[in-house]
Structure formats: structure tokens, C-alpha cells
Design a protein around this ligand. Structure first.
Ligand code: NCD
Ligand code: ZN
Length: 351
């Protein structure tokens, strides 16, 4: 990385966790991700979910058709694990280069997870196959037990499920997605090199008070829900630590403004339009801009066993105003940081 006071040049980053949706919404949001990131791990929680190699290949083609080819973007497709998942389908899809990874949603944990996994025992043959072929398991790590307080569901998931998985499949590559707690950061740091985590811009930027500041703020509601300040500080320490176990995953999850501002508002934050700007703000505040490149552009590909990107991007210290709303698919979406002025600006790909 080269650094002057006002301009950073880093290897082009990848987004290791994003929701690009489908249809008109896909067409509206895909380029926001593609203009910043060379590759993205695309979540499979569509309706219906992506559970076969054929569905994965078709979704990849729809994403490629939606993205401006000049942006040079590669979507990496994931398979949605269900109780009935066929391990041979996973192995074949991975072998054919369609599935980069598979995603475990505990049933009913989040948006479009109704067909997720009801008990780990149902997917043990799939996990054994993935361990054998080196296919990463991506986990939405929350218990779904309504008796567990929503702010504790991630920490309880570690005890009830994740610790056992790590023990039972010692060679399985696991990404604990969008971690939100000190407990998760500690668990990942203390585990072997095949256990990693993604961290979102918003979990680094806000704590749970922001959701209720002056009234209820539906655009700051996502899952896993943002936690107390001590957790935010632990995530910032993990992201800026330089540890190769932590890398960039935005969890950008767009929902129409009307679906967020509702009596039962959807979970998800749309941070793709100003993603690298948001991470740069956190790293600058932590005095760790020299570690942004590792987190954003190096740790992820190394974990996945993929090459680093050749191209570079520039980020400049120049005020950028985030719009209140962005038009999308006959509606609008409120981006993360709406109405704020950010100090670091994405200046594009440099050669
Ligand atoms: C995601 C979505 O809307 O698809 N929502 C979210 O709050 N993050 C699903 C998810 O990743 O949990
Ligand atoms: Zn997600």
C-alpha cells in the first residue's frame, strides 16, 4: 500500500458477503457493489433459494447480465443449505466452479431463511463432503430459540452449535459471517487458521443506541442486530488488528424503503454504495489505514485460496455527501450513512 496524508492506493478489494437480490432489484443494486469490489460472495437467500448447481449457474448469469461489463466484476455463488441438501450436488457444483461456498442459515434466523437448516444432524453428510473437498461453510451464527434474548443469540450459538462443529469437522473451513459480538471475535481469534469471520461496515460504526436515537430507526435494523458499545469496540479491534482471520463482508442487504418503514420492518442495511468509504472511516479513526488493505483485499482471498486481485483502487480524503435515498426498481432504498458527509471518498480503479 502507498499512503500519503490524503490519498490511499490499495489492491482492489472483494466483498465476502453481499445480497444482490434478483430481478429489478438486482439490476438496481449490482453496480454499486461491482464498482468497488472485484469479486463478491453472493448470498443465496432468494425466493426460491439457490440450492442446486443449475440454479446457481442461472443466478450467476443473471448477475453477470445485470452488471456493467466495464466494471470487471466476478460474482462468486453460494449454495443455500437445507435439511434435504444432497452432498453430491454440492460436490458437483463446487467441482464445476459454480459454488464457491455453502451458506448455513438456521431456519427462521433471518430474511428468507424459512427453508434453512432445522438441525445440524440433517447436514452432517454435506459438512463431511465439504471438509473433504475444502469447500468453505459460511454461517449465519444465531440461535433461533425465542427464549434466548435477541442480543444474546450469537453468543449462545457459539456454545450450542459452533464450538461443536469446529470440533466435529476439524478440517472444515468456516466463515462466521457478520460477527457482532466480543465473544465471536474472541472465539475466531482463538480457533485454528481454518476459522475466520467477516465484519460489516455498520457493526463497526454504530451500537444499539443508534437504532433508538430520538425514535425508532428502521434503517439501522439488521440481523444479527447491532449490539452494545463494548462489542462494537471489540469488532473494531479485531478488524484493525492485522489478523488474517478477519476480513471485509458488507452484508449489504437492500430492502425497499416501504418494506423498512413498516409496522414489521425488514432486517438489512444497504451499505454497498459507500462501503469502502465507511470502512475507511473506521480504519482512519482507529489510526489503522495501513491495515485496511489486508482486511479489505488480502485476508479474504487467502482464506478462500483464491488469487489476490491485480488492480488497485484509490481512496481520497475528500468530503462525500451520502444521499438520503437512492432510486431503485420503482421505489427507493435508504443507504447506510444517509444524510451524512463522509471524509474518505472512493476515487475509482487506478492502473
Ligand atoms: C439479510 C437480508 O435481508 O437478506 N438481512 C440482514 O439483516 N442482514 C439476511 C442476513 O444476512 O441475515
Ligand atoms: Zn447477509
Amino acid at each position: 500500500m502507498s499512503e500519503t496524508v490524503d490519498r490511499l492506493v490499495i489492491r482492489r478489494p472483494d466483498d465476502w458477503h453481499v445480497h444482490l437480490r434478483d430481478g429489478a432489484m438486482l439490476a438496481a443494486v449490482a453496480d454499486y457493489t461491482a464498482r468497488q469490489f472485484a469479486r463478491a460472495i453472493v448470498m443465496p437467500n432468494l425466493k426460491p433459494p439457490v440450492t442446486t448447481a443449475a440454479a446457481g449457474a442461472a443466478y450467476r448469469a443473471r448477475i453477470q447480465a445485470a452488471v456493467d461489463p466495464a466494471l470487471n466484476f466476478t460474482p462468486l455463488i453460494t449454495c443455500y443449505l437445507t435439511d434435504g441438501i444432497n452432498p453430491d450436488e454440492l460436490v458437483r457444483g463446487h467441482g464445476e466452479g459454480i459454488f464457491t461456498a455453502a451458506k448455513l442459515y438456521p431456519a427462521h434466523a433471518t430474511t428468507n431463511s424459512a427453508l434453512g437448516v432445522t438441525a445440524i444432524d440433517h447436514i452432517r453428510p454435506a459438512l463431511a463432503a465439504m471438509e473433504r473437498i475444502g469447500m468453505p461453510l459460511l454461517i449465519h451464527g444465531e440461535v433461533t430459540d425465542a427464549h434466548v434474548d435477541i442480543f444474546d443469540r450469537e453468543a449462545v450459538f457459539i456454545e450450542r452449535t459452533l464450538a461443536g462443529l469446529v470440533q466435529d469437522y476439524p478440517g472444515l473451513k468456516i466463515v462466521f459471517e457478520h460477527i457482532t459480538t466480543a465473544e465471536a471475535a474472541e472465539f475466531v481469534a482463538a480457533s485454528g487458521p481454518n476459522i475466520a469471520a467477516t465484519i460489516t461496515p455498520h457493526h463497526l460504526a454504530i451500537n444499539r443506541n443508534a437504532m433508538f436515537e430520538g425514535g425508532i430507526r428502521p434503517h439501522l435494523y439488521c440481523l444479527p442486530v447491532v449490539k452494545r458499545e463494548r462489542h462494537r469496540l471489540a469488532l473494531r479491534a479485531a478488524a484493525t488488528s492485522g489478523s488474517a482471520k478477519f476480513f471485509l463482508g458488507t452484508d449489504s442487504a437492500p430492502h425497499a424503503v416501504t418494506d423498512k418503514e413498516s409496522a414489521c420492518g425488514c432486517a438489512g442495511m444497504f451499505n454497498a454504495p459507500f462501503a469502502i468509504e465507511s470502512y475507511a472511516k473506521t480504519f482512519a479513526e482507529e489510526g489503522a489505514l495501513d491495515r485496511l488493505e489486508g482486511f479489505a483485499s488480502e485476508h479474504g482471498p487467502r482464506f478462500y485460496g483464491l488469487p489476490l486481485n491485480d488492480s488497485h483502487i484509490a481512496i481520497e480524503r475528500r468530503a462525500v455527501a451520502v444521499p438520503e435515498r437512492l432510486p431503485a426498481a420503482d421505489t427507493a432504498i435508504v443507504p447506510f450513512h444517509a444524510g451524512e458527509t463522509l471524509e474518505w471518498h472512493y476515487a475509482g480503479i487506478v492502473v
